[in-house]
Design a protein around this ligand. Sequence first.
Ligand SMILES: [Zn+2]
Length: 260
Amino acid sequence: MTTSPSAPTLPPLPDEAFRRVLCVVAHPDDIEYGTSAAVAVWTSSGIEVAYLLLTRGEAGIDRIDPEQTAELRTAEQVSAARLVGVDQVDFLDHPDGMLEYSLALRRDIARAIRRYRPDAVLLGSWEIEFVAGLNQADHRVAGLAGLDAVRDAANRWVFRDLLDAEGLEPHSVRWIPVSGDPHPTHGIDVTGEPLDRGIASLEAHADYLAALDWHPPVRAMLTAVTAAQGPALGVSNAVLLRAIDLQAPPSFAMEDPPTE
Ligand SMILES: [Zn+2]
């Protein structure tokens, strides 16, 4: 028997997997390249979502002063979030373009995790090469620091001042959905309204996008990107993620024991 080329190869993310998601990214607009359409699906079904931006993207527009760009991009990010049902958007003010992997960054993210207490922390890929080609330095740092901060948030003996001085109890996250990962494990069907809302959320970065001479039209681009990912899920338009379940038993524990 042969498999039809249109047969889905990935499962949908289980609806009941998580109820509260914190998305941690480097820059305003990072969530809007596809992920925000999935966020629209989640918020429509009652899942709570908040965004944590590590920078304000102030180094993003060549001909505008960084202070002015920071203001403009902060406002655009808040508007973009509202369009997909997200009201909580926090900014950490680490430097755009010079984001450093550091204990200070991990502590800041761990603090946000302990405050928001999500069951999923969504990150961007930390790989050098991801689905869109070469990954940018800030994106790699944000992904890796976020990954490590999930562990930090759960350990009361790491960054002890978070508990001792700020009263933030340890918190264990179960899921790490990773966007842009070259090896996705699950998909979210964003066909129709969620995709439209995702497109609107990227279009909310209007002044930023207008400053980029090379940027393709938003609707055509996001439609094509999600259409390319649709067949893996057997739908028209999908967002694919690598969903890491921190409570899953290690894969070696699932293998059959060797026979004599
Ligand atoms: Zn970015």
